[in-house]
Write a protein that binds this ligand. Sequence first.
Ligand SMILES: Cc1cc2nc3c(=O)[nH]c(=O)nc-3n(C[C@H](O)[C@H](O)[C@H](O)COP(=O)(O)OP(=O)(O)OC[C@H]3O[C@@H](n4cnc5c(N)ncnc54)[C@H](O)[C@@H]3O)c2cc1C
Length: 428
Amino acid sequence: MGDRCDVEVVVVGAGLAGLAAAAVAARGGASVVVCDVRAAGGRARSGTREGFVLNQGPHALYRAGAGADVLSRLGVGFSGSPPHPVASGYTEAAGGLALLPTSAGSLLRSPVLGVADKVRFARLLTTLPKLQGASFGALSAAQWTASLGLSSRGAGVISALTRVATYAGDLELVSADAAVAQLQLALEGVLYLDGGWQSLVDGLEAAATSAGARVLESERATALQARADGTFEVRTPARTLQAASVVVATGSPAAARALLPHPPAWQLGAPATAACLDLGLRRVPATMVAFGLDQPLYLSTHSPKAHLAPPGGAVVHVMRYGARTSTEDKAQLWALARRCGTGDADVVVQRFLHEMTVCHALPRPGPGLLGRPAIDATGTAGVFLAGDWVGAAGLLADASLASGEAAGRAASEHAMRRRAATGATLGR
Ligand SMILES: Cc1cc2nc3c(=O)[nH]c(=O)nc-3n(C[C@H](O)[C@H](O)[C@H](O)COP(=O)(O)OP(=O)(O)OC[C@H]3O[C@@H](n4cnc5c(N)ncnc54)[C@H](O)[C@@H]3O)c2cc1C
């Protein structure tokens, strides 16, 4: 069974959600251990090859999102730059690239839309920031797009922008409240981070450890059991951790479900998957940003913009929303990279990531964001959830960080109540 260790809060999973939970719980005064089957960081980890920093697929932080607020409250700093302002629309069937309307200026010059669509698009750019996103939860993002009265070309442009903001390959499967909120956030701007998202992982880990949390890497939690005295046992192959409260931040709902003492009755939306081609290039491609108009495709040059590449080089992420077979997706992503100006001789490093899970459960049309499981939807008092499918705030990393903060706070408060009631201090 290995070592035995008493602690007030155990966090299972050291991705963004788990690290945020650990930092908040430790700052709340609890003794904290966070364990991860791998190195800390989960899907936010970046790797460096030949001087190129590669995130796992394209990652952008929403400047006005819930995640940026959590990072700021935890004192986790970051720097970065907005994407290249000019985007092209890519029509795979015709192999064509044309200026895409993404702002008032490019709307006037873009050949992609006719006059009637341009007028409706301009109206949408003005009204979007004022829309009450929450009122659209009953609709799918596809239904909301259809309600805008655009031509099929115009709807294709909105769909491409919505896909980039939500990562949903099929807009029937994501609720419109989430889509509208993401588009509103996109208008406020996103940042490509210097040093990649590893800078967030390192900053959160430092926030957690400097508040006293211990991070155990390469330790899988294999069981979570409630004890008769109201505490919990979390077992790993190396040790048994006894805790007053537990945060389950395992990334996927399936991994969380496997640990929970009681089977949860969650109703979850569809996952959002992606196939990603991450490239480190000798030179910057001619077309730096392209959104697929007839296919769910995307290409963006993250560096130059953010500091991720050696001088003169570039980091380019190419992605298909909704992974299919590895062979067809890889060929399709390379075709887009070549169309945007990357030749074989430009490539220094490349990595194809087939079927990444970007979000484990999108908000469902109907209940919308409010229908996602809450942090305490575990059926067991003292056990909390965090992840990008948990809580009513935000999508993607915003949801992970917001639910991580809330779960960490709830876990430390639970532990403090137990400390006050019993006088017993686990792990101190
Ligand atoms: C291709 C791609 C592009 C993305 N782009 C963006 C973007 O532009 N903007 C954005 O906001 N978000 C983006 N995301 C989403 C973002 O990366 C995730 O939402 C976020 O990193 C999830 O963090 P998490 O902690 O909830 O989960 P994870 O990162 O999955 O972390 C869960 C951790 O739990 C560990 N674990 C699981 N089971 C156990 C166990 N039994 N015991 C111990 N440890 C366990 C895992 O090893 C993992 O480290 C993207 C994701 C992908 C894949």
